[in-house]
Design a protein around this ligand. Structure first.
Ligand SMILES: NC(=O)c1ccc[n+]([C@@H]2O[C@H](COP(=O)([O-])OP(=O)(O)OC[C@H]3O[C@@H](n4cnc5c(N)ncnc54)[C@H](OP(=O)(O)O)[C@@H]3O)[C@@H](O)[C@H]2O)c1
Length: 323
């Protein structure tokens, strides 16, 4: 496993990491989480992604219980959380990045994790109703109080990220260090075009999500939605149209040929492809079971095989279908 600096910060993250959206609490109990996180850690993963909103806080509890059992030195792993949607529906505690919510939300996460600080804290979505200055000051205070070490954004526009950074620069505050965007073979524009200036101008780091497009890039949806898959889970119906898209599934079938030539699976090829982008600090993988963790992390060995010629082949198959 290689390690990359999170943007301009000094923090180093494993180029592949492991997240808990959908899976923890719903598909993965604390016992399975211990096995999966241990396998990832043994493969060199040092970053585990989470959010307040995942399983309404219970994903943080599952990960916290696993961390407690695993007893790793605190210096050897990085955990994250994210705030925006809130948990209790209070008018000042939902769909917001206001100071009141953010200052309480971090305490809730710390309690659920059983930790005294969270390494990376993200503003999970932009909040057009709160002035950016208020959010930046609240995130700065969270860091200044030692409750978080670095802060960043998720799915913010380049313009809003730049505004937040400018506020922090103007007032000598802790700046946003990283953004967490969706990035995979069918979702490229934001990372490759919209944010292009930010990498050099403000040293933005990226922790990217859904490298397999929720499983589409494994090939498992080519003949419809298989039983037991994410697409078949209650509440995940909104993903089905994308997962069963005929043109994208046909492209995945063609990618299988490229993967076979490299001696890997199409999932490993897709994860390695996302990690190939030098602006990406870490690719956050997701898994509902141990065998997926093991298979997906082996993508690190596929990375050196992605020569310009292979990247060209992949582009030819997928680029016209990408947003
Ligand atoms: N910031 C944000 O807004 C945001 C949004 C989404 C995700 N994230 C983060 O990014 C992480 C990764 O996202 P993701 O879970 O959507 O990643 P993904 O890699 O696109 O999808 C992971 C899912 O695909 C299936 N899968 C994984 N490996 C497989 C394999 N080798 N063979 C067959 N199926 C496989 C599993 O679902 P099944 O087995 O159930 O089918 C697994 O849960 C999340 O855990 C979360 O931490 C962040």
């Amino acid at each position: 496993m290689n390690y990359r600096r999170l943007g301009r910060s000094g923090l180093q993250l494993s180029e592949l990491s492991l997240g808990s959206w959908v899976t923890y609490h719903n598909q993965v109990d604390p016992k399975a989480a211990i096995e999966m996180m241990a396998a990832a850690f043994d493969a060199g993963v040092n970053f585990f992604d989470n959010a307040e909103g995942y399983a309404e806080g219970r994903s943080e509890e599952v990960m916290g219980a696993a961390l407690k059992a695993l007893k790793w030195p605190r210096l050897n792993y990085v955990v994250s959380t994210k705030f925006f949607w809130g948990l209790d529906g209070a008018v000042n505690g939902r769909n917001t990045l206001n100071r009141k919510y953010l200052s309480q939300a971090i305490d809730g996460s710390l309690a659920r994790f059983g930790l005294d600080h969270i390494d990376l804290v993200y503003c999970h979505r932009p909040d057009p109703n709160t002035p950016i200055d208020e959010t930046v000051w609240a995130m700065h205070d969270m860091v200044a109080r030692g409750k978080a070490l670095y802060w960043g954004t998720s799915e913010w526009s380049a313009r809003d990220i730049r505004s937040a950074w400018d506020v922090a620069e103007r007032h000598h505050l802790h700046k946003p260090v990283m953004e967490q965007p969706q990035y995979h073979l069918f979702c490229r524009k934001r990372v490759e075009k919209e944010y292009a200036r930010l990498y050099k101008d403000i040293g933005l780091g990226l922790t990217t999500w859904s490298p397999l497009a929720s499983g589409l890039l494994t090939g498992k949806y080519r003949a419809g939605v298989p039983e037991g898959s994410r697409g078949a889970l209650e509440g995940m119906g909104f993903l089905v149209k994308g997962l069963t898209d005929a043109a994208k599934n046909a492209a995945v079938a063609r990618l299988e040929g490229v993967a076979a030539e490299l001696g890997c699976s199409v999932a490993q090829l897709a994860i390695a492809w996302a990690a190939k982008n030098p602006q990406v600090s870490t690719v956050i993988t997701g898994a509902s079971r141990l065998s997926q963790v093991q298979g997906n992390l082996a993508a690190a060995q596929v990375l050196p095989k992605l020569t310009p010629q292979v990247m060209g082949q992949i582009d030819k198959i997928t680029a016209s279908l990408a947003d």
